[in-house]
Design a protein around this ligand. Structure first.
Ligand code: NDP
Ligand code: GDR
Length: 326
């Protein structure tokens, strides 16, 4: 039975990936931080077969311990301070976790594997946010990186550090440049979930509007459940590499609002949406659309859930959750 260790197991992707690996027969371990992490209960309830290890990406000795206690074949480094807007206000913390945390994990794996650096396969959660200021459309593995936030800059560091460990030590270290992927498990601070929650509450008459920032930004949105498959496929390849994972379709926040409100039978959302400077970013990433041909050709990966299906899935889940909370 192969063994996997996941950082960020309490996050959206960590939960989907753990489910996928358990279904494939893996022995799954996760790193969980904090003395009293409120999400521990959620993981234990949803995934009783996962073994949790206390650890933090800023504390390399805790990562070494988690590696020693789990002895994995595959490590998925999904842990990060992942909310872009927050990264301007907490640039140093974001750098410690999202940038230096990757180095800590790579170095911990290198120390753990000793003279068999290829013995553990490593996945780094890189991001389309690294492309930042639009240089090329669509964006692919060789597009110039021009990050626009402390989060994006941190992800660039982690991305190149992963490549560097592959090239310096022969580690089987791959980097997935994933474009935005969403689900009913998406944190409520991200725009898609903020909208799906608000639409459900507006439909049910318990909220009368939602306040957003820039409605013109465009994102290539896919379903998280599809994207964790790509992570796993990367680590099954004989040679480690970097892959863009995207749908190849882009939509603005306005498009998302159109689809989400239309799903509950509201054709004109303008009375329900307000804009506020508070949610505008110091530097915006205007237009993301990914070219995932390499993932399609080498990994045989393609997304299964369409944009409309994703929006409907998220709104339906929030309708159900809101009704249940009554
Ligand atoms: P989430 O924000 O849902 O999850 C982030 C995870 O990181 C949580 O489990 C969190 O744990 C953990 N974490 C935060 N700080 C630390 C720390 N100091 N030490 C250890 N773990 C920590 O993110 P997603 O699941 O959406 O994303 C997974 C990864 O993929 C992230 O690295 C993200 O940056 C990246 N990514 C995501 C994309 C997306 O569209 N979702 C696209 C491209 C990349 P806790 O519960 O304790 O807070
Ligand atoms: P993003 O996702 O920054 O792309 O990062 P987010 O959903 O936060 O923003 C997407 C776009 O929506 C605009 N926007 C708003 N965003 C939020 N959060 N709240 C609002 O009220 C709002 N109004 C408009 C933003 O300006 C932006 O243009 C996500 C994260 O998961 C990262 O970790 C990951 O690396 C990237 O996706 C790919």
């Amino acid at each position: 039975m192969p063994t996997a260790l996941i950082t960020g197991i309490t996050g959206q992707d960590g939960l989907y990936l753990a489910e996928l690996l358990l279904a494939k027969g893996y022995d799954v371990h996760g790193v969980i931080r904090g003395q009293n992490n409120p999400k521990r209960d959620l993981v234990e309830e949803l995934l009783p077969d996962v073994r949790l290890h206390n650890g933090d990406l800023t504390d390399m000795s805790s990562l070494i311990r988690a590696l020693r206690d789990s002895d994995p074949d595959e490590v998925y480094n999904l842990g990060a301070v992942s909310f872009v807007a927050y990264s301007w206000e907490n640039a140093a913390l974001t750098t410690d976790v999202t940038a230096k945390g990757v180095l800590n994990m790579l170095e911990a794996v290198r120390l753990h594997t000793g003279d068999r650096p290829e013995g553990v396969r490593f996945y780094q959660a890189s991001s389309s946010e690294m492309f930042g200021k639009v240089q090329e459309v669509p964006q692919h593995e060789r597009t110039l990186l021009w990050p626009r936030s402390p989060y994006g800059v941190s992800k660039v560091f982690g991305h190149y550090m992963t490549i560097n460990y592959r090239e310096s030590y022969g580690m089987h270290a791959s980097s997935g440049i994933l474009f935005n992927h969403e689900s009913p498990r998406r944190g409520p601070e991200f725009v898609t979930r903020k909208i799906s929650e608000a639409v459900a509450r507006i439909k049910l008459g318990i909220q009368d509007h939602v306040v957003l920032g820039n409605l013109d930004a465009e994102r290539d949105w896919g379903f998280a459940g599809d994207y964790v498959e790509a992570m796993w496929l990367m680590l099954q390849q004989p040679v480690a590499d970097d892959y863009v994972v995207a749908t190849g379709e882009t939509h603005s926040i306005r498009d998302f609002l159109d689809a989400a409100f239309a799903h509950v039978g509201i054709d004109d959302w303008t009375p329900y949406v307000r804009q506020d400077e508070r949610f505008m970013r110091p530097a915006e990433v205007d237009h993301l659309i990914g070219d995932a041909s390499k993932a399609r050709e080498v990994l045989g990966w393609k997304p299964k859930v369409s944009f409309r299906e994703l929006v409907a899935m998220m709104v339906d889940a929030d309708l159900a959750a809101t009704r249940q909370g009554w």
